[in-house]
Design a protein around this ligand. Structure first.
Ligand code: SF4
Ligand code: SF4
Length: 135
């Protein structure tokens, strides 16, 4: 079995369809939804953990792709060399889900992996190049 972290991006015309139901019923995906941002008629995003066999994972991903849903695998992680951080806050300004923030008491950088969608924007925003995205 696999435990895979995925983000699904729904175009506006697809947000009202029951894709997760199909993934559970037809593709045997055991889904743990971590974060959902879906409104009918607008773009939607679903962050989830999936537990299923490799074969069923592949089949479900093909189903989503054929349905026009973009999927990103979140196996990659953000690595920050905290010893070198100068607490400038530049990375927090580009982090849309709020995974990076400055601690209001210590002004040290805090990274919340559960909010991170591994978009990579912080990597290029850091002026001293101490944020890396990798496996
Ligand atoms: S990769 Fe994206 S979501 Fe994650 S901490 Fe960096 S900017 Fe935020
Ligand atoms: S942009 Fe770089 S130096 Fe600035 S707070 Fe973020 S990790 Fe630290």
């Amino acid at each position: 079995m696999n435990n895979t972290r995925l983000t699904l991006y729904f175009p506006p015309d697809l947000t009202c369809k029951a894709f997760t139901y199909d993934l559970v019923k037809e593709y045997d995906w055991k889904i743990n939804i971590i974060k959902a941002s879906i409104s009918e008629g607008q773009e939607g995003r679903l962050l989830m953990e999936v537990d299923t066999s490799s074969e069923k994972l592949k089949e479900g991903l093909e189903y989503l792709s054929n349905s026009g849903i973009e999927v990103k695998n979140l196996e990659k992680q953000v690595y920050i060399d905290r010893d070198e951080c100068i607490s400038c806050g530049a990375c927090t300004g580009v982090c849309l889900p709020g995974a990076l923030e400055m601690d209001k008491n210590t002004w040290e950088l805090v990274h919340n992996p559960e909010k991170c969608i591994v978009c990579g924007l912080c990597e290029s925003a850091c002026p001293i190049g101490i944020i890396k995205i990798g496996f």
